[in-house]
Design a protein around this ligand. Structure first.
Ligand code: PBG
Length: 325
């Protein structure tokens, strides 16, 4: 036999020498929930090991992340008060705005991305303004743009719209440019499916829609060409990074995104992916560390440059320990 693929698998040094996918801690982004109040560090029941923090408690977590070598976070806000207009999303003293101001002062070296969406702030839990039972696209754009601007004014380094309204990237790009923030990037949740994998997040952020579902704005998971269309539209509108979400069940879309755009691609391993691994590991049915490493590498192998994950700190440690990398 001349060709023997096993030759290159014969020892660890050689296996690492010829590795096709390499990861670095700088590609990790940690999603975090901040909430109104003081002294709060509540564990999220469906996401064991993840917490809702009040601003004063958030610092301990930021410190841990920083020590672990995770330098980017994605912030989600949980307001005390929700209303029809999502006014907490763009309030100057809104939860995200307060958290950003404090965090930037205490940990200026971390990179702060904010999720721009209205579902955490609307009384009905939908991602936009209602007209009857319909989520009205164009009135929502104005509110999203205002929200993104207020995040950037409070110190956000990057904004990430996750609402799936048509034209939101352009609306946000326009307002940011108008106010002089021409260099603030937009990471667009471009390929975002209407997914059952978000259930633990909605529990964490108390943002489940009060009626109906999100299928009139998030994508139908039977479709992949529609995802390409979303990528191309967002690129035209000025997106700087394209996100695919969820990650694990949509690796095909990460691979396709890599083919159709030259923009960097981020993959979001969402709350349900985290919860499934946690729950099975707790039962002793899988080895948490192995599955976390394997699923993360799958996203990078498919073509992602950046990876949003609730396991960011653990992955940073696995990279340090040479378990992946
Ligand atoms: C806001 C938003 C959601 C997630 C990120 N941004 C929830 C949703 O669309 O219902 C999900 C993240 C996760 O599940 O970890 N729209």
């Amino acid at each position: 036999m001349i060709k023997r693929p096993r030759r290159l698998r014969s020892n660890e040094t050689l296996r690492k020498m010829v590795r096709e996918t390499r990861v670095d801690k700088s590609s990790l982004i940690f999603p975090m929930f901040v909430k109104e109040g003081k002294g709060i560090r509540e564990e999220i029941p469906s996401m064991k090991g993840q917490y809702r923090y009040s601003v004063d408690q958030m610092f301990y977590e930021l410190e841990q992340l920083s020590k672990a070598g995770v330098s980017s976070v994605m912030l989600f806000g949980i307001p005390d008060h929700k209303d029809e207009l999502a006014s907490g999303a763009y309030a100057e003293d809104g939860i995200i705005q307060k958290a950003l101001k404090e965090a930037k002062r205490r940990f200026p070296d971390l990179y702060y991305i904010t999720d721009v969406c209205l579902c955490e702030y609307t009384s009905h839990g939908h991602c936009g303004m209602l007209c009857g039972h319909d989520v009205d696209n164009d009135t929502t754009l104005k509110v999203l743009a205002k929200t993104a601007l207020s995040h950037v004014q409070a110190g956000a380094d990057m904004v990430a719209p996750s609402d799936m309204m048509d034209g939101r990237v352009a609306a946000i790009r326009n307002i940011l440019d108008e106010y002089g923030y021409v260099n603030t990037p937009i990471m667009s949740y471009a390929v975002k499916y209407a997914s059952g994998f978000y259930a633990p997040f909605r529990d964490a952020a108390d943002s489940a829609p009060a009626f109906g579902d999100r299928k009139t704005y998030q994508m139908d998971y039977h479709n992949s060409r529609e995802g390409i269309r979303e990528i191309l539209l967002d690129e035209e509108e000025g997106a700087d990074i394209i996100m695919v979400k969820p990650a694990l069940a949509y690796l095909d879309m990460i691979a396709k995104a890599k083919e159709v755009t030259s923009l960097p691609i981020a993959a979001y391993s969402v709350s349900g992916e985290y919860a499934m691994i946690k729950a099975a590991a707790e039962k002793g049915w899988i080895d948490e560390e192995k599955i976390v490493c394997e699923t993360a590498i799958a996203a990078f192998r498919a073509g992602a440059q950046s990876y949003l994950t609730y396991y960011a700190k653990e992955l940073a440690r696995y990279i340090d320990e040479g378990k992946i990398g």
